[in-house]
Design a protein around this ligand. Sequence first.
Ligand code: NAD
Length: 330
Amino acid sequence: MATSNKTIAFIGLGVMGYPMALNLRKGLDESHTLLICDVSSDALVRFQKDAEGHGKVNVVENGYEAIQKANTVITMLPDAKVVNKVYLDSKTGILAGAEHKFAESSGAEKQGNIIMECGTIETATILEVAKAVESSNVSQFVTFVDAPVSGGPMGAQDGTLAFMAGLSNKSIWPTVKGYLSYMGNASSIFLCGDIGSGTAFKVINNYLSAITSLAASEALNIGAKMGLNLELLTDVINVSGGQCWVTSKSNPVPGIQANVPSSRDYEGGFRIELCAKVLGMGSQLAEMVGAKTVLDKPTLEAFGEAMQDERYKGKDARVVYKWLNESGRE
Ligand code: NAD
């Protein structure tokens, strides 16, 4: 079967993947073909319409067909279960498709194939896929990359995402970075190390920002209960040892900073449920590598309690300030 290095596939046209794939299509020149795949036919139809005038877009059924027709497959999938299916299913998966393709092809087509997951997926699953690729008979032709993002739906739409990539075959990094630069800021695309390290960077950063969201909220709530001037307290913290991204860029106290979620009833930010999910992934990673942690469990408990209450559910994670402020000491 003929394949082309000018054919790229994108699987998973959801909240993040849809605008990423659209920016990729707009960035690639018209000699490239973009293949798209999703279980939602509505997303496929909408995408073809939105991409009109920006070059060829064709639909493929699954990962198996995608790798048959393209030498780069980018995926933006919701969770570990779907990643397992899309990559490792013996009938429809990317790896099975690659094995079939390379059994039939020869020469140049075999070189430089890239398969890349950009979602935030548990490290254990990323490593499971990596191991399956490495132990397959296509390992020398296919490189698996983990390249999770930060920047959220707005960053995906504006093409300003940050990418944290991990890959073991460093020689293909310039090609990978080239594709990512259509979807993110060139200055925020990082090669973090071997496969799995992109996900680890992402999860470790989120681990820290989840915990500092609670820590900063606790500190500012002490000031609130004492009736202190919280704007002045924030200014002092931000030139002192307590300063962090939460106090300086997304202050949890409503009205201290304009254009942050807390000042619009905690809407339009990083949902507390997602924040807790990635903190949990950080906890799992710590357990996997034998790193002692103290703050993850109480933070997860606090988030869990806030998330059960209709007043805080679905809001930006900094809503833990409001939860603390409206709770008694017990
Ligand atoms: P989403 O649920 O909106 O999108 C997932 C897409 O995958 C959907 O369109 C779904 O139909 C499709 N899909 C599911 N199973 C499939 C299959 N078997 N084959 C093909 N397509 C399939 O999720 P999202 O918000 O776009 O998040 C995607 C990933 O990005 C997640 O791993 C998430 O953790 C990560 N992420 C999300 C955000 C955010 O703010 N939404 C920010 C950073 C990272």
